[in-house]
Design a protein around this ligand. Structure first.
Ligand code: PXP
Length: 242
């Protein structure tokens, strides 16, 4: 059976535009309110170590202003753990983070970092926060997620989004196979990164996926058509593919 697919909208780049001028416009909180009206199911924000887009106070304000669940993306560091525990978002997605990268370029090496991740995952879960790991669509990473006991994994769709020719179908199959493996083992699979109107539908058609997180394209498109229209169109394309 295919169940509805949730859309989480990543609002980091609303903050990127705000920070370019150092003031308070455009406000990510206003974006969160519009996303709720447009049929988004959640708001995603990545509090990076260098605070290049979302800042600590945005996390608090987004939570206070919107009824939508907040999915806080963060690196597995003591500082971020403390912030997550203080704010208690609905979910935390643990992502790899390198200071010099432009965006999250690859999945988390959950397999190689079990001992580092285990206590962080436990503390978040003990606080009632739903933990997700942002991993590549690889069997060893799904196995590692199982060993860590997380309820959710988010598959990095960047390689699919950047693939060309025959490689597209191969990348899609990797994601579909790993979504099926995760679901079979009781882990809820999500996906995201690099998704656009043009490439979202084959991903949205993968029946086990429960949520897509989409940011950069939607905020870019919002410049032309407005955020509400951009989110509505993405929602319609996802629903049509289901
Ligand atoms: N999911 C995760 C875990 C991310 O870190 C990001 C952004 O890097 C996204 C989804 C959204 O990716 P994009 O901005 O390319 O849509």
């Amino acid at each position: 059976m295919t169940f509805p697919l949730r859309l989480g909208v990543n609002i980091d780049h609303v903050a990127t535009i705000r920070n370019a001028r150092g003031g308070d416009h455009p406000d990510p909180v206003r974006a969160a309110e519009i996303i709720a009206r447009a049929g988004g199911d959640g708001v995603t924000a990545h509090l990076r170590e260098d605070r290049r887009h979302i800042r600590d106070d945005d996390v608090r304000r987004i939570q206070a202003a919107t009824g939508l669940p907040l999915n806080l993306e963060m690196a597995a560091t003591d500082e971020m753990l403390e912030i997550a525990l203080a704010h208690g978002p609905h979910a935390v997605c643990i992502v790899p983070e390198r200071r010099e990268e432009r965006t999250t370029e690859g999945g988390l090496d959950a397999a190689g970092q079990h001992n580092h991740l285990h206590p962080i995952v436990r503390k978040l879960e003990d606080a009632g926060i739903r933990v997700s790991l942002f991993i590549g669509p690889e069997e060893r990473q799904v196995d590692a997620a199982l060993r860590l006991g997380v309820p959710v994994v988010e598959f990095h769709t960047g390689e699919y989004a950047h693939a060309e020719g025959e490689q597209v179908a191969a990348e899609l199959k990797r994601i579909a196979d790993m979504a099926a493996l995760a679901a079979k083992n009781g882990i809820e699979p999500h996906a995201g990164h690099g998704l656009t109107y043009a490439n979202v539908q084959p991903i949205a058609a993968i029946p086990q996926l429960a949520e897509l997180n989409i940011g950069h394209f939607l905020i870019g498109e919002a410049v032309f058509v407005g955020l509400e229209a951009a989110v509505r169109r993405m929602r319609d394309l996802m629903d049509a593919a289901r």
